[in-house]
Structures are given as structure tokens and as C-alpha cells.
Design a protein around this ligand. Sequence first.
Ligand code: GDP
Length: 205
Amino acid sequence: MKIKEAKFVTSNTDYRLCPEPDRPEYAFIGRSNVGKSSLINMLTDRKNLAKTSQQPGKTQLINHFMINDSWYLVDLPGYGYAKVSKTDRESWQPMIDNYLRNRPNLVCTFVLIDSRHDPQRVDLEFMEKLGQDGVPFHIVFTKVDKLKKSNQVLTHVESYKQKLLEVWEELPPIFVTSSEKGEGREALLETIENYNLAFEEARSR
Ligand code: GDP
């Protein structure tokens, strides 16, 4: 898919105030500093669409971007940042839970995982909760360029899968990306494009 247009639409704290759910939508979420803003900018081929290297945990908003006038990319606040106050964390949880569970046009959520780290409880628990609530998600490993050898990537992804299989019967689709190198861009955009087509088809029936 070619990205012809990418523009910021709105920021909200309440899913009910988000734009009309008339287009397929994809949410991106992960721990603070996972590389989410960089990935969004890489995917959309824009330098500053999502703000990188902000104070971690600062963007506690649901940010909508309209892509090619045909789908929404949603930047959700990062989770698991220790320095965010308890009050902020408590307001984050229901906001995100409500958005993920009630947004009718949300096709899929991309959960970002820093490929350098071993499976972290906060990520595993987050995905488990999505599964329990029937929210479809895919896993996106970020910053793979930081793993020096390609076999390190393979080994890491494999051990992560094994960890997931302790709880999951089936694995979600997994993407391996580097915003630095543009790796994984085509695969992610192609997946979104296919979902967009399916969304349109379902709507026209
Ligand atoms: P966010 O908090 O999840 O939005 O993370 P950012 O996109 O701001 O990235 C956090 C830090 O990781 C920044 O210093 C980025 O430059 C760096 N980073 C993000 N993606 C990559 C990547 O693919 N490769 C490398 N080497 N660094 C990355």
C-alpha cells in the first residue's frame, strides 16, 4: 500500500468522542519507549506524525490519524511506565479498556514488544487480557536492528513464542520490524490493506 496522505485528526480520552467509526481502524500500543512513535512514522513515511521521545508516559490520549482518507491509525498511550503517577495509571486503564472493547470499527490491535528484552509480565498480562476479552491483536517486535545477528532475532522470536504457547493454544500473527531500517513495513501495510478490503467487502454486503 502506498501512503499518499497521513494526517492527525483528534486526541481523546473517551472512545465515545472518537471520530465516526466509518472506516477500518488499527491501534498501536506497547510499553513506553518500545518504539511506537518511530514505528508509526516509519509506516506512514512521515518524520513527525507521532511524536517520538516524548517524556515516557506523557501522552495519555487516544490519538487518531487518518490515512489515505480510508483508514484510521490509532496511537494509544504507552503502558507500564513506573514514573507515571498512580492516578494517571488508574485513569489510563479504563480509558484504554473501554476503547479496545467498544470501538466498533477496530479491526486489529498491534501490540509492540521491544525485541531486545525477555518476555515481560506487563506485556504478557496485557495480551492475556485482550485474549480473554476477544480483542484481536498481532505482535510487532520492534528495534530488531539492535540485535546484532539475524539468528539472535530468530532465537528471540522463537523463545517468545514458546513463552506464549504456555498460555495460548494458537499464536497471533507476528511481525519483526526496525523503524531505523524500514524493516517489516511492507508486511504490516499489506496486512492492513487486506483487512481494509475485507472490511469494505463486509460493509457492502
Ligand atoms: P515510544 O515511546 O514507544 O513512542 O518510542 P519512540 O519511538 O520514541 O522510541 C524510543 C527510543 O527508541 C528512541 O530513542 C528511538 O530513536 C529508539 N528507536 C525506536 N525504534 C527504533 C528502531 O527500530 N531501531 C533503533 N535502533 N532505535 C529505535
